[in-house]
Design a protein around this ligand. Sequence first.
Ligand SMILES: [Zn+2]
Length: 371
Amino acid sequence: MPIDQHGDALLEGVSLRSLPKVSLHDHLDGALRPATIVELADAAGVEVPEADAEDLADWFADKSDSGSLVEYLKTFDLTTAVMQSREGLTRVAREFVEDLAEDGVIYGEVRWAPEQHLGGGLSLEEVVEAVQEGIEEGEDAAAEAGREIRVGQLITAMRHADRSLEIAKLAVAFRDRGAVGFDIAGAEDGFPPSRHRSAFDYLASEFFPVTVHAGEAAGLDSIRSALIDGRALRLGHGVRLAEDLEVVSRSGDVVEVVFGDLARWVRDREIPLELSPSSNLQTGAIAAWGRELGDHPFDLLYQLGFAVTVNVDNRTMSRTSLTRELALLAETFEYGLEDLETFQLNAAAGAFLPVEEREELIELIGEGFDR
Ligand SMILES: [Zn+2]
């Protein structure tokens, strides 16, 4: 794929970075600038494995290529350690938004777990406020630089912990102050959504939108629980839903695909799949299919009509951006601009926004891709 002088990928002569994009699955503690980590660690007295920002960027990439979700999650010990103060949280959130805007993102949802940021003595409310302040500063800075972006918070509970009802109440309390949805994250295997049924019941009673990490480190049972116990409107990755598809091939060509009831439900109800190509490779989520991007069931799901969206998951760990993920997919599966536009439209349609604002996003994406 031709790359322009700014390192930006060109597809059909168009800069991928310049195209309007929507980022739905993007972790705050997975999207720190390495240089910022070094500075914040210094101020907070946190030890860093590499003192040079470039070396630290390499360290994240190496650690994340382990093939195990548990190993991959260990890199978050460092990022969360420098996000325990109001200053740290606000700065990281501001830069998160600025970096998205720089990448052509016009709407993003940032997920993070407030309960992991109380080490500096701040309350749950105070950490959410600190992040919201950073988001708004980032939106303002982007607007001054001529880029319009809006970012909403997905307040996340840790699935191995027991605070999900409290965190769900926190999310709903902030619904007019930046929170747009709820998620559970962390070790998926062994910690099904059903464990957090009371939180999900509460959220449903408040009509508060939910996405659930499911079908990444665990399979169909986890996805089933996300939909039934979690009443998830989107699936965080959901890639292992492809285990519910029986692909019949003859001499290398797919002749028939038999749908299980779960896969059929997700496809027919257009429940968005928050697929994250690079991350899915690194965490072993697609190990059943192979080790290369070409083995990712992304294209199978797309061709079968699932509401696929493209995501970064953790930009620092995977050393990636939404532009880069789109470039990788375009290169691997020979997608054109029309395909990439479909992924953005799916994401806009699945955004946790009022319908008129989603329609606005859809219009902006159409205009941007038509240009
Ligand atoms: Zn994730």
